[in-house]
Design a protein around this ligand. Structure first.
Ligand code: NAP
Length: 307
């Protein structure tokens, strides 16, 4: 029975009937791929409810019925809403619509996700709790899908980390296999009172995130200005600067393009180790905003003398 039919028949959510049915589907999938039970397998059992809420039930159902009916496991990436390895390596990677997982749906994540949907990208918000009412409402308002963090990351070619610093490294581990993906790190390793940084000078939050994100191409970006400026990076005729740093040229091209899509002027600050400069620079903005009396309606910019 399809989930919508199940609901229409009046069975309650969480009664165990659907979860029980899903367990068999997941178990079958795991057996076919000779995998042992993992936490992600257990999480997958909760996905039907999430996919139903996201309106993605048809793709989910098609995938599972196709899988059960066929002798071999042949994944159709586009039906699943996932980026295939070929797609990720395609030469138009820098220009076309992208599949973006925004991890964290707070001040930064919600704005970035909403604006990238407006720019034509496909966005999956990755959260820890897919049935939290605020997250469901936020995703719906943005026109984005909602999924558990590992599921969102699996579907995307670009993963955006927008969680508090204390959760950053743990969240990266929870993202699963990031091989070949681009990871945009927006976090700042702020102390709890927002007056200092927990790491710096000889390393950076960006480098620590990269160390945890095995196989990912990490770019530090969207950390140096407030979420209000991400919502609207134009001050009259002046465009707000977005500095970024990373070691992979293609990943930086994509990061810069996504900043341009939001209306920023992206400027490359160099290798990922330059995150050691970007994170204290973020603290300059925070200090002016919250202790310097400027509020949040300002930006720190690169300005050029006309030639
Ligand atoms: N605010 C800004 O203007 C700004 C600007 C630039 C950079 N940043 C940096 O961007 C990051 C996010 O800032 P924010 O202001 O958007 O924070 P926020 O409003 O507090 O939102 C944080 C989000 O992260 C989620 N989260 C927390 N722990 C998580 C975990 N373990 N796994 C998955 N999700 C988790 C929260 O979800 P729950 O609802 O489930 O807790 C929430 O959706 C921070 O590192 C911050 O320093 C902020």
């Amino acid at each position: 029975m399809k989930y919508d039919e199940y609901l229409a028949a009046g069975y309650p959510i969480g009664s165990g009937v659907v979860e029980g049915a899903c367990r068999h589907l997941v178990k079958d999938r795991l057996k076919r791929t000779v995998m042992r039970w993992l936490p992600s397998g257990a999480q997958a059992m909760l996905d039907p409810r999430a996919t139903y809420l996201n309106g993605e039930w048809n793709a989910f159902w098609k995938f599972h019925t196709g899988l059960i009916g066929s002798g071999d496991t042949i994944l159709n990436y586009s039906e699943l809403g996932m980026a295939s390895p070929e797609q990720s390596a395609a030469p138009d990677f820098k220009e076309r619509t992208m599949k973006i997982a925004v991890i964290g749906i707070g001040n930064v994540g919600s704005v970035l996700g909403r604006r990238w949907v407006e720019a034509g990208h496909e966005v999956f918000f990755g959260v820890r709790d897919v049935i939290k009412a605020e997250a469901i409402a936020e995703a719906k308002a943005a026109g984005a899908a909602l999924a558990l963090v590992s599921d969102a990351a699996a579907r995307a070619e670009v993963v955006v980390l927008a969680v508090p610093w204390k959760a950053a490294v743990g969240t990266v581990f929870a993202l699963g296999d990031l091989s070949g993906k681009i990871l945009l790190d927006c976090t700042n390793p702020l102390t709890a009172d927002l007056t200092g940084l927990e790491v710096g000078t000889t390393t950076s939050g960006g480098e620590q995130v990269a160390a945890a994100a095995k196989g990912a191409r990490v770019v530090k970006i969207f950390n140096t200005t407030g979420a209000g400026n991400m919502a609207d990076p134009q001050y009259g005729g002046t465009v707000v600067t977005m500095l970024y740093a990373g070691d992979d040229t293609d990943a930086k091209t994509v990061a810069a393009r996504l900043a341009t899509d939001l209306g920023f002027e992206p400027i490359d600050l160099g290798p990922l180790s330059a995150a050691r400069l970007l994170e204290p620079f973020a603290l300059v903005w925070i200090t002016l905003a919250y202790r310097g009396g400027l509020g949040t309606n300002f930006a720190l910019n690169v300005v050029r003398r006309p030639a």
